[in-house]
Design a binder for this molecule. Structure first.
Ligand code: TRP
Length: 345
């Protein structure tokens, strides 16, 4: 038996290599959670398919990339259950069962889903710009992800708030309909997530091409940081800079470096001792120093895909044991059993 009571469940869609925004915004929190809670971290490839169904051939590589990122930053498969959503067919069955009790208007009014559908429709450059039946089920699938492990603490960003409210409503509806107190109501675990800006000053994002990947080389990191927007009011090197007007480098310093370094760079900037270029060079060095060992570990792991997938297979197996048990109980509660019927054949 696990020594923990609370269950943390979260997932990421495999859409490519992760960036340092994912690290400082999400993964640092997961690293803490895995020490204190029973954690389930899922690479949710079915969710990727809800919008990227025309890019399904890339999903396997993307799963590998996300797994490399997770393992290299220190997500520990001995502490947390790390698994692939599509390796757990019970999640799909639970999704189906939950879809039966989900009122249509609950999905239709879901704001985050509405935004996703709008974004897809507006993206005419993509071959797949149509919202599908599968996409409409996005929040139901996410609910199945969580409930199959009876997750009750769900670390997500604010953008996922409505999905979690939806998951809570479904858990409650299931319990009410079948007069049980079976599913815990999953609560969001919002963490202090700093806004991590990309080099253009906008929120760092995979598709925005403004990001610094965990896996980027030192040279690439330096080249990207060099382009970052700084203090637009500072014209020449002899002008004192303003850290409060600095768009990218100083805000990044406040997230990536410790107070002493922050104070030093603030001082040097505001007394015109260093220019923006020098400041950015030092920032790139700090990023490279921190991510250096992580990148080394990542490169080592990347050489052994079989070993890496074996780690995932181990997590899949652990996750599946629990998923099978939950599904069995759910079917009993609902009064029928697909699994039992399968055993007839
Ligand atoms: N929808 C989440 C996102 O886009 C990913 C996700 C899928 C998830 N299933 C989940 C997050 C279950 C938390 C719990 O970020």
């Amino acid at each position: 038996m696990s020594p923990f009571e609370d269950k943390v469940m979260s997932g990421m869609r495999p859409t490519g290599r992760l960036h340092i925004g994912h690290y400082y915004g999400t993964l640092v929190n997961w690293l803490e959670f895995q020490k204190h809670y029973d954690c389930f971290f899922s690479i949710v490839d079915w969710h990727a398919l809800t919008t990227k169904y025309n890019e399904s051939a890339q999903i396997k590589q993307n799963v590998f990339e996300v797994l490399l990122d997770w393992l290299s930053v220190g997500i520990n498969p001995e502490q947390a259950t790390v698994y692939l959503q599509s390796a757990i067919p019970e999640i799909a069955i639970l999704h189906l069962l939950l879809s039966m009790i989900t009122p249509q208007n609950w999905v239709e009014r879901e704001p985050t889903l509405k935004d996703m559908i709008k974004m897809l429709a507006g993206d005419e450059s993509e071959a797949s710009s149509k919202a599908t039946y599968g996409l409409i089920g996005y929040p139901v699938l996410m609910t199945a992800d969580i409930l199959i492990f009876k997750g009750n603490l769900i670390p997500v960003g604010k953008d996922q708030e409505s999905h979690l409210e939806f998951a809570r409503d479904i858990a409650r509806r299931f319990n009410n309909l079948y007069k049980v107190n079976y599913f815990p109501e999953p609560k969001p675990k919002f963490t202090l997530t700093p806004l991590i800006k990309g080099i253009d000053g906008q929120k760092m994002g995979k598709s925005a091409e403004n990001d610094i990947k965990i896996a980027d080389t030192n040279e690439l990191t330096k080249a990207k940081i060099t382009k970052a927007i700084t203090d637009r009011s500072r014209i020449s090197l002899s002008d004192p800079g303003h850290t409060d007007l600095c768009e990218v480098p100083y805000p990044l310093y406040t997230i990536i470096t410790d107070k002493a370094i922050q104070n030093q760079v603030k001082n040097e900037c505001e007394s015109a001792l260093i220019g923006c270029l020098e400041c950015k060079k030092q920032l790139a060095n700090h990023i490279n120093d921190f991510f250096g060992p992580i990148r080394e570990k990542r490169a080592m792991l990347a050489k052994n895909p079989d070993e890496v997938f074996k780690i995932l297979a181990y997590g899949n197996q652990q996750a599946r044991k629990i998923a099978i048990q939950t599904l069995k109980e759910v079917e009993e509660i609902m009064g029928f059993s697909v699994l039992d019927q399968c055993e007839l054949f």
